[in-house]
Each structure stands twice: as C-alpha cells, then as structure tokens.
Design a protein around this ligand. Structure first.
Ligand code: MN
Length: 161
C-alpha cells in the first residue's frame, strides 16, 4: 500500500507487508511507471499492519505532522525467490503489484552504502506491459479509500477544529 503524506515535505510512503509488519520506504517523488527512472526510496521504520487504513491529519507537534491519504492499496507477489524477508535482507526485492493505481513489476534495490546513505534504496518500474512513461503519480491525487485529496483532508481538519 502507499500513503501520500504532506509532512514538512510531500512524499509517498510505500509499504509492503513482510512477516506481519509494513516494511516502509519514503519516496519523495512518488512511484513512476517509467522503467528509465529510478526513484529514491528512503527506508524508514516498520509500521503496524493497522496503519495501512490510516487517513487523516497527524496533529501539529507530532512526528510527521500533516495530512495523510491512502493513495493505493492492493496485494503483491514476488517475481524472484520465495521469501520476501530474505529478499529484503539481501537488499533486492522484485515483485508485481496488484493495486488500484500501480500494476506490474517493480524492483526495490538497496544502494551500495556510503557514509550517510545506509537507508537509500531505489524504486524502479520493470519493463513490462504496465510500463507507461507518460503516467504521473501527481495526476492521480485522490485516496483509493474515500476519493479525498490532501486538501480535502486539510479542509475537514479545519472545519472540525
Ligand atoms: Mn510519511
């Protein structure tokens, strides 16, 4: 699943369920369907499965304060190997997404560590029938759960405040 999160900087939180938790990466530019583009995906802390349903406002003063929507949701299947955990620990995950917005093969590949880059991975679309260089994540801003945008969530937050 993917959450769109407007914190101090807008980013997409890309999350894969592995062994009962949501392994998570923050993708500043969001996923691309262009196999020629490598999107920086910063590995961040695991989240509990329940967080996949969270949409709303993280209050001021809390970490990640700002609006969150559920931008995509679905299932995935491994394209290589049989253990997502082993692939994660190796730093190379290949999988097919069966989401509402994202479909087809993707790879998450850990970058070779240099000082300060230990958490840097790349999210890359595989070349397949679902590749589409013209598709832009930013042109698909609505929640797949409620149809709301980040601005809708912000407006509702003010109304209830
Ligand atoms: Mn986030």
């Amino acid at each position: 699943m993917v959450q769109l999160h407007r914190a101090s900087r807008l980013h997409y939180d890309f999350r894969l369920e592995i062994d009962g938790v949501l392994k998570s990466w923050a993708v500043p530019k969001g996923p691309s369907l262009d196999p020629a583009l490598k999107r920086l995906a910063v590995h961040v802390e695991d989240h509990p499965l329940e967080y996949a349903a969270f949409e709303g406002r993280i209050p001021e003063g809390s970490y990640g304060a700002g609006e969150v929507i559920v931008w995509d949701t679905g299932t995935y299947s491994l394209l290589e190997g049989t253990s997502a955990r082993a692939a994660f620990e190796r730093g190379a995950l290949k999988f097919a997404l069966h989401g509402r917005k994202l479909h087809g093969g993707f790879a998450l590949v850990k970058m070779r560590a240099r000082e300060g880059t230990e958490d840097a991975w790349l999210l890359i679309k595989e070349s397949d029938a679902q590749a589409d260089p013209r598709w832009l994540a930013s042109e698909h801003p609505a929640s797949v759960l409620t149809g709301r945008t980040l601005d809708d969530v912000a407006r509702e937050g003010r109304r209830h405040a």
